[in-house]
Design a protein around this ligand. Structure first.
Ligand SMILES: [Zn+2]
Length: 403
C-alpha cells in the first residue's frame, strides 16, 4: 500500500465541537488531548502502518476561540514528522459556528431569506459572500504557512444539498443570499426561482452558475496552497451521487487539480456493500484516493476493532485505493473517544463480505406539495439538529437513506 491515512480529529477544538453538536454527551477528553502525543503516533505507525494523518486545525469557530486549537496542532506536528508522516491540516469548508459570527453577514439563505443550518449551532456560509471568502482564504493561507505538509478542506458545498420531490423537482438546492441573486442576475440574467424543475433552462443555468462559482473558489485555494509548496485535497464526499447537483463541484476538475481526493461515505467494508463502486473514480485518479468509510456515521459508530481494520486494509489492497482509518469520534456505550490502537495488531488480508443493500428511493412523494416542502425544509432541518429526540427519531426513519 503506497499510503495509509488516519482521519483523526482531536485537541481542544474537537472536544468543543462535539459538545456543540451533541450537548450533554460524555467525552473522553483525555483521549482527545493525548491523541497527537508521540507515543500514540508511534503506536499508529506500528499497528496501522500510517503514512498520512488528517489533523484538526480549524473547525469554524472564531479566531480567538481557535487560537488554542492552532497552538495544540502546531506544537505536536513534530510528533508526526519524527515518523515521516505527512500531516494534513483540516480547515472547515462552507459553514461556521453561528454564535461566534452572529453579528456578521456571512451566510447562505433559503428562498425566504432564512439561514441554513449545518448541524447544531452552525450555519452554512456562501462562497459568493466576499467577507466570508476573505475569512476562509485567510485561514487556508495561514495553515499553508505552518509546517503541515498538506491542506485539507472539508465540506466544499455550494449552499444546500437538494432534496428531490417527486420525479423531477428540487427544493433547497444552492443558496439565495443577496450576493448569489445579484451574481446570477448579472452573469446569467433573470431571477432565481423558489424551487427547481429538472429539464428547465433555469435549472441547468443555475447548476452551471453554482459549479462555475465553486470551482473558481477551489482554483483560488489550490493556488494559495501551491504557493506554499504544500499538497492539497478536499473532501469529495460520495461520488456515487452527481457531485454537480449535490455539492456544486466538478469531480473531474477536482481530480485534475488536487493531489488527491478524499471520499467519505457510509460503505464500511465487511458491514455494507463496500467500495467497489469507486473503481472508476480510483482509476481516473490514478489511485490517488483516500477512502474513509463509516457504517452508521459520526456519533453512531462503535469503536473499530481488528475486524474492521482487516476489512478496510484488505479492500483497499484489492481495489487500489489508499485506506484512511477513522480514528476519532467513536461512540461506544455513549462515550466519545479516539481509536484505541493498543487493542490492534497489524492488519491481515481477509476475504471481505459484500452485503447487498436495497437503497430506498431518495425523493419525497407528492409533486403538488413542492411549495410546502420548500417552506418546511429549513425549519425541519433546524428541528432535527437542535432537538436530540427529533434527531433520534429522524435517524431511525431515515437510517439507510443517508448511508
Ligand atoms: Zn449565496
Amino acid at each position: 500500500m503506497k499510503r495509509v491515512g488516519v482521519y483523526y480529529w482531536a485537541g481542544p477544538g474537537t472536544v468543543r465541537m462535539i459538545e456543540l453538536k451533541y450537548p450533554g454527551v460524555r467525552v473522553d477528553v483525555e483521549s482527545y488531548m493525548r491523541a497527537y502525543d508521540e507515543g500514540v503516533v508511534e503506536a499508529m505507525v506500528d499497528k496501522l502502518g500510517i503514512t498520512d494523518a488528517f489533523l484538526s486545525y480549524s473547525w469554524g469557530f472564531g479566531e480567538e476561540t481557535e487560537r488554542e486549537d492552532r497552538e495544540y496542532l502546531e506544537e505536536r506536528l513534530e510528533n508526526f514528522g519524527r515518523f515521516k508522516i505527512r500531516t494534513h491540516g483540516y480547515v472547515q469548508g462552507t459553514n461556521l459556528v453561528y454564535e461566534e459570527f452572529f453579528d456578521q453577514d456571512l451566510w447562505c439563505r433559503d428562498y425566504r431569506g432564512r439561514l441554513i443550518p449545518y448541524h447544531r449551532g452552525r450555519k452554512m456560509t456562501c462562497v459568493n459572500n466576499p467577507r466570508f471568502m476573505e475569512l476562509w482564504l485567510e485561514r487556508v493561507e495561514r495553515l499553508a504557512k505552518t509546517r503541515v505538509d498538506a491542506v485539507f478542506v472539508d465540506n466544499v458545498l455550494g449552499g444546500m444539498v437538494p432534496v428531490r420531490v417527486g420525479r423531477d423537482r428540487y427544493v433547497g438546492l444552492g443558496c439565495r443570499c443577496r450576493y448569489c441573486k445579484r451574481e446570477f442576475k448579472s452573469e446569467v440574467g433573470g431571477e432565481l426561482p423558489d424551487w427547481f424543475e429538472e429539464g428547465t433552462e433555469v435549472f441547468e443555468e443555475y447548476l452551471d452558475f453554482r459549479e462555475r462559482t465553486m470551482m473558481a473558489v477551489v482554483k483560488k485555494i489550490v493556488k494559495l496552497v501551491k504557493k506554499e509548496g504544500k499538497e492539497f485535497g478536499t473532501n469529495g464526499f460520495d461520488p456515487k451521487y452527481d457531485t454537480r447537483l449535490m455539492y456544486g463541484t466538478d469531480l473531474e476538475r477536482l481530480l485534475e487539480w488536487q493531489d488527491y481526493l478524499l471520499v467519505e461515505n457510509h460503505c464500511l467494508p465487511g458491514r455494507t456493500e463496500g467500495n467497489s463502486y469507486l473503481e472508476g473514480v480510483i482509476e481516473k485518479a490514478k489511485g490517488r484516493v483516500f477512502v474513509v468509510s463509516y457504517d452508521r456515521g459520526i456519533g453512531r459508530e462503535e469503536m473499530y476493532g481488528q475486524e474492521e481494520v482487516d476489512a478496510i486494509w484488505s479492500e483497499a489492497g484489492s481495489l487500489g485505493y489508499w485506506p484512511c482509518y477513522k480514528a476519532s469520534e467513536f461512540t461506544t456505550n455513549g462515550l466519545w473517544e479516539c481509536l484505541k490502537v493498543s487493542n490492534l495488531k497489524l492488519p491481515r488480508k481477509v476475504k471481505v463480505r459484500v452485503m447487498e443493500r436495497v437503497r430506498p428511493r431518495r425523493s419525497l412523494p407528492g409533486e403538488w406539495g413542492v411549495g410546502m416542502y420548500n417552506w418546511g425544509l429549513v425549519p425541519v432541518m433546524v428541528g432535527y439538529f437542535e432537538n436530540r429526540w427529533l434527531r433520534k427519531l429522524g435517524n431511525e426513519v431515515f437510517y439507510g437513506m443517508v448511508r
